[in-house]
Design a protein around this ligand. Structure first.
Ligand code: GLA
Length: 378
């Protein structure tokens, strides 16, 4: 990938880059739609990632070439107000991050940027967070801040999603992509942004199955879930649903908002319990918690699809009580995550390939992942 990146940079900008930044995608093991409720999540970074090669320019221009999109280019100026560009929506993450870094007071020079990655699109594995962090770190390094605080980097990526991409997302994706520790999942308290690494046992495999149902144009559903959760928190008189250890009686709250709250309150407890189960190597409990999480996403939060439910059931049956499976990420398509003993991978993979086909009628992409480290300069 790095050779292709250098080639891409040379072809478009002549000579070579000054630096290369990388940031990983993520898979969430448990803790879904809890982050913007100030709750807990347990994701890990994956080996699939985005790389950004960068060289300083002194004219305040940012020129970008995207290798994964067939070498399409765009440009913008740092000396004028930065705006989203509907003609190059893929670049809005970079525009948003540049805007956020300027607002944070960094003295950004112009830049030539080449982007490349190996993230499957529409899988819900946070390719946008990986791009935000890699581009943000590259720009910060060009501005003389290679050690730019990783939590601030993540917050700037989240701000880019809010202001430049129209998704009112939480902090999970950007934060784990920025701060992950190799070999571990991160238990994140999304209120304090405290991250506690939880090592994954060597004999545990993280399997990701891409349903082949692309997550597209679902920001509306996402933002609606967020509003419903906030309405529930207001109804119960708390700052965020995180503040409810137990779900009170509905007390007149509309049934849909109540069901959303039931998912979130339960999911926070499940996430903390799952971190304990992982630490104890208790895969049976972990699997049961993942199954409960999936059922709540299906019935209370209503973000799964019948084909995803069927894929999860298939995995749960193949894995039995030695691990678990659930949909991962924002919902409405994308990937399913399974945790299982390494020794069972071959058999479970065969079971999936024997029975599941994507909407295009193809066997699904199956990835076996080792938790990667967060964003870094190469
Ligand atoms: C998306 C968002 C995250 C999080 C998940 C659901 O990935 O970007 O902030 O809310 O959905 O857990």
């Amino acid at each position: 990938m790095i050779d292709a990146l250098h080639r891409l940079f040379g072809e478009h900008f002549g000579a070579g880059p000054e630096l290369v930044a990388r940031a990983p995608g993520r898979v969430n093991l448990i803790g879904e739609h809890t982050d913007y409720n100030d709750g807990f999540v347990l994701p890990c970074a994956i080996s699939r990632q985005t790389m950004v090669a960068a060289r300083r320019r002194d004219d305040g221009q940012v020129r970008i070439v995207a290798g994964d999109l067939g070498g399409v280019t765009t440009a913008f100026s740092l000396s004028e107000p930065i705006q989203p560009d509907s003609a190059a929506p893929w670049s809005n993450y970079v525009r948003g991050v540049a805007d956020g870094l300027l607002e944070a007071g960094l003295d950004l020079p112009g830049a030539d940027l080449a982007i490349i990655g190996d993230m499957p699109q529409g899988a819900g594995l946070s390719s946008s967070a990986a791009l935000e962090n890699a581009a943000g770190l590259a720009l910060a390094a060009l501005a003389g801040q290679p050690d730019f605080d990783r939590s601030r980097l993540a917050l700037i990526g989240q701000r880019a999603e809010h202001r430049f991409a129209g998704c009112q997302c939480g902090i999970m994706d950007q934060l784990v992509s920025a701060r992950a520790v190799a070999g571990a999942a991160l238990l994140i308290d999304c209120r304090s942004l405290e991250c506690a690494p939880v090592s994954l046992p060597d004999d545990l495999a993280v399997m990701i199955v891409h349903s082949g149902i692309e997550r597209g144009l679902v920001d509306g559903e996402y933002n609606l879930r967020r509003q419903q959760c906030e309405a529930a928190a207001r109804h119960f008189g708390v700052a965020a649903l995180r503040d409810l250890a137990v779900l009170p009686a509905a007390g007149g709250l509309d049934p849909v908002a109540y069901a959303r709250a039931r998912h979130v309150v339960g999911e926070n407890a499940r996430t903390l319990a799952a971190a304990d189960a992982l630490r104890a190597g208790d895969l049976a409990s972990l699997g049961a918690l993942m199954a409960e999480s999936h059922a709540a996403m299906r019935d209370d939060f209503q973000i799964t699809l019948p084909a995803i439910d069927a894929l999860v059931e298939l995995l749960q049956q193949a894995i039995g009580s030695v691990g678990g499976a659930r949909m991962t990420g924002g919902g409405f398509g994308g990937a399913v995550v399974a945790l299982l003993p390494v020794a069972e991978v071959k058999r479970v993979r065969a079971a999936v390939l024997a029975s599941y086909r994507t909407p295009a009628g193809e066997p699904p992409l199956i990835m076996i992942e080792t938790p990667a480290a967060g964003a870094s300069l190469l």
